[in-house]
Design a binder for this molecule. Structure first.
Ligand code: ZN
Ligand code: ZN
Length: 275
């Protein structure tokens, strides 16, 4: 059984209103692309920052710029007009744990994807508000990033931790630490164990400057040693990106000895064999 849960129904662009993308026709295009690629379990996880209710969680100017849509209308659309699993990609915002929990607990998700895009007010993966380029050493940014992933996982608010080594997104276009990167991973893995959360394997990194699956093979080996479950996704933003380069992901999973994937329904998790 193949899955794709971390899926967006629209690109991260201006002028992508729900009236055009949260439609039965668009959901069907995603379902058809999934079927072609043998993906039976399909869910959607829109970005929390696209919803006005997210401003009750965080008032970052970048969120204020994007928060336009109604989250309950999104939930109703997915439940009533599609056969997709209902999820959300909810950033972890340190210090806003109670407000994130209230936002999440007020709705009936199938799964909640937790992401670390921001370290305090600065973004790891965007040119706006970037954490890079102020001269802070890569060592320090990487350490903070994986500690924050651990903190996010430990809250227990999430079912899946997304793109767990996103900090590498820019590849050689950003400062990178030297040597064996395993020294960074431990706080993230410990947080996942404490929070009982699954680790995402995402092919999105293959579309980014780094050109690698999230997480690295080394990270995944630690995941296997820790006995953590894995969820497979593409982070598609258009139907054609569904299951993007899953053959590479499946080869990696096989190499590290992962034969089962997480399946979610109403926030209950079970494992299904891949093939
Ligand atoms: Zn993300
Ligand atoms: Zn995403």
């Amino acid at each position: 059984m193949l899955t794709d849960y971390h899926v967006h129904l629209r690109p991260d662009d201006e002028d992508t209103p729900p009236s055009r993308y949260f439609t039965r026709g668009n959901a069907e295009r995603y379902r058809e692309a999934a079927e072609e690629r043998g993906i039976a379990e399909l869910g959607v996880a829109e970005h929390i920052h696209r919803f006005t209710q997210a401003l009750e969680v965080w008032q970052h100017p970048w969120w204020r710029r994007w928060a336009r849509d109604d989250v309950d209308a999104y939930c109703a659309f997915v439940r009533e007009e599609t056969d997709l699993r209902l999820g959300i990609e909810a950033d972890f915002v340190a210090g806003a744990e109670d407000r994130i929990a209230s936002f999440l607990d007020a709705r009936e998700w199938d799964f909640v994807v937790g992401s670390v895009h921001f370290l305090r007010d600065e973004a790891v993966d965007m040119e706006d508000w970037s954490v890079w380029g102020r001269g802070e050493p890569a060592e320090k940014i990487w350490r903070r990033y994986f500690e924050t992933v651990g903190e996010a996982a430990r809250t227990g608010m999430y079912d899946i931790i997304a793109h767990p080594d996103l900090v590498k997104v820019w590849g050689r276009d950003a400062p990178q630490p030297e040597g064996d990167l395993r020294r960074y991973y431990e706080p993230a893995i410990e947080g996942c164990l404490e929070g009982g959360v699954a680790v995402e394997v995402s092919t999105a990194g293959l579309r980014k400057p780094v050109g690698e699956i999230y997480p690295s093979r080394r990270f995944l080996e630690v995941v296997v040693d820790a006995g953590l479950p894995v969820a497979l996704s593409s982070d598609a933003h258009v139907p054609d990106q569904l299951g993007h380069r899953y053959e590479d992901a499946l080869a990696l999973l096989e190499q590290v000895g992962i034969g089962e994937l997480c399946v979610f329904e109403r926030r209950e998790r079970r494992l299904e064999p891949i093939g």
